[in-house]
Design a protein around this ligand. Structure first.
Ligand code: GLA
Length: 496
């Protein structure tokens, strides 16, 4: 039998309902009966293991580690003419998919790849990042940004009617009145660039200007998402090499907020270069002729809190992605203590978006989530479906007493004042000289807790209010003793 031409670069393209496609490359090398190479999605490579070729038949494994588990996928198939037919097995139903790539869509278990040029799909050539200089403050986010973002609930399923519905619900639910303002489209709105290099939108977002006009007509603001890399985290088009052009496009569409997510920039730049790379978009936004809130998303790497303000980052993510469960939320939230000193009006630490109402935590735990984020002066970006939320979720999100703590003008982040086993007392200094105090119980059973104001910055309180019970407390001038439920919180405001 003639040896099949297995070696080379094969591409498998999955067209999506939004009219764009996600590509997987098989970069194969053959030495006799041995097959090696990589499977590439985005710019993530998985090495080919145990690869064999017999005639035109090939078989190989790839492995990845996700959530502490190593998963192996086996590919097997044949080269037929200029097509590579592959079937996958293993991977717990994720066969053909790829962790971190093409999220929001599982890949099919059968695929037909086509031969393509060796360099197709490789990262583009490096563009030198600019020399460092401070970017002028845009005057935004004097208090932490408030609004909504599509990712936590919708992932890749967000579209124009969905965004309009969310804007409507933000108004009708009372969230707008409570201070929520930005309606932010996360990843998966993008399509390719046109002949002039302008970014275009996919079928789910037929007219960004019209959408922005609609959201503005509700008295709200609108945001979107991109990456300093050539591809976004979901493997859509990023802003690499088009920063100024994209900033102008966002301004022309009428956008007010940009979340800028590192992801594939790591195929080109080192973490030490993040400062300069983010500065490039900071400069582009400040030259775009419209105030656009700049939200950095690079998972807290490279000590972002130290340089975030100088690229005019109004907020910077401090962690990897949150998930809708107690462990993820509490690990992130209670892990922010050391960053307290970096928060200030205009520039805030961002422990990621809210999961309140997404169903994976109890109401008690979601109250802890809302309280903790407010103590941290964190951006309050709801991540649920506002159109269908129940009253319990709404009451948590629109608690004006708690929101007032997040939005306090001093812009100071709270910190852990004391810890005793599973219980923690956090304090946040407020602009009026008072304090917010949160008594958190991370344990599995109710706990009796006691806080004394003197040690937290107020000698004798004029007034003390329970911010979830919405009532002023009597006999609490010097401190307060209470029982805090498992995973719960009691949050009070103390007036000097
Ligand atoms: C990263 C970010 C998320 C979200 C996705 C979109 O994982 O951290 O918040 O924006 O990318 O692909």
């Amino acid at each position: 039998m003639l040896a099949a031409d297995v070696a080379g670069n094969w591409v498998f393209s999955v067209p999506g309902p939004d009219g764009t496609s996600r590509d997987t490359y098989f970069r194969l090398k053959q030495e006799g009966g041995k097959l090696s190479g990589v499977v590439q999605q985005g710019y993530n490579n998985r090495t080919i293991d145990n690869g064999t070729v017999v005639g035109s038949h090939l078989k190989f494994d790839t492995s990845f580690t996700g959530r502490g588990q190593t998963v192996t996928i086996t590919y097997e198939g044949d080269v037929t003419g200029d097509e590579l037919h592959l079937k996958t097995s293993g991977g717990g139903g994720r066969a053909g998919g790829f962790p971190g790539g093409g999220r929001g869509r599982g890949g099919p278990a059968e695929m037909i790849a086509k031969k393509t040029g060796d360099t197709v799909g490789l990262p583009p050539a490096r563009i030198e990042p600019p020399a460092l200089h401070p970017v002028k403050y845009n005057g935004l986010a004097k208090t932490p940004p408030m609004g909504w973002n599509s990712w936590n609930h919708f992932k890749g399923q967000i579209d124009d009617p969905g965004v309009r519905g969310i804007a409507d619900a933000m108004v009708s639910s009372g969230m707008k009145d409570a201070g929520y303002q930005y309606v932010n489209i996360d990843d998966t709105w993008e399509a390719q660039r046109d002949a002039g290099g302008n970014i275009t939108t996919n079928k789910r977002f037929p007219d960004m200007k019209a959408l922005a006009d609609y959201v503005h007509s509700k008295g709200l603001k609108i945001g979107l998402y991109s990456s300093p890399g050539p591809k976004t985290c979901a493997n859509y088009e990023g802003s690499y090499g088009h920063e100024e052009q994209d900033a102008k496009t966002y301004a022309a569409w009428g956008f007010d907020y940009l979340k800028y997510d590192w992801c594939s920039a790591s195929a080109i730049y080192k973490d030490e270069e993040m400062h300069a790379v983010y500065q490039k978009m900071g400069d582009a936004l400040s030259a775009a002729g419209r105030p656009i809130l700049f939200s950095l998303c690079q998972y807290g790497r490279a000590n972002v809190q130290e340089w975030g303000p100088s690229v005019d980052g109004n907020a910077w993510r401090t962690t990897g992605d949150i998930s809708d469960n107690w462990r993820s939320m509490s690990t992130i939230g209670f892990g922010q203590n050391d960053l307290a000193k970096w928060a200030a009006p205009g520039h805030f630490n961002d422990p990621d978006m809210l999961e309140i109402g997404n169903g994976g935590m109890s109401a008690v735990e979601y109250r802890t989530h809302m309280s903790l984020w407010s103590m941290l002066a964190a951006p309050l970006l709801a991540g649920n479906d506002l159109r269908t939320m129940n009253d319990e979720t709404k009451e948590i999100l629109v608690n004006k007493d708690v929101i007032a703590i997040d939005q306090d003008k001093a812009g100071q982040q709270g910190h852990r004042a004391s810890q005793n086993g599973d219980t923690e007392i956090w304090v946040k200094p407020l602009a009026d000289g008072g304090i917010a105090v949160a008594l958190f119980n991370r344990g599995e059973a109710g706990a009796d807790m006691k806080a004394a104001w003197a040690g937290l910055g107020v000698k004798k309180a004029k007034k003390v209010r329970d911010l979830w019970a919405h009532k002023d407390l009597t006999g609490a001038a010097e401190g307060y003793s209470t029982t805090v439920p498992a995973h719960g919180v009691v949050m009070v405001r103390v007036w000097k």
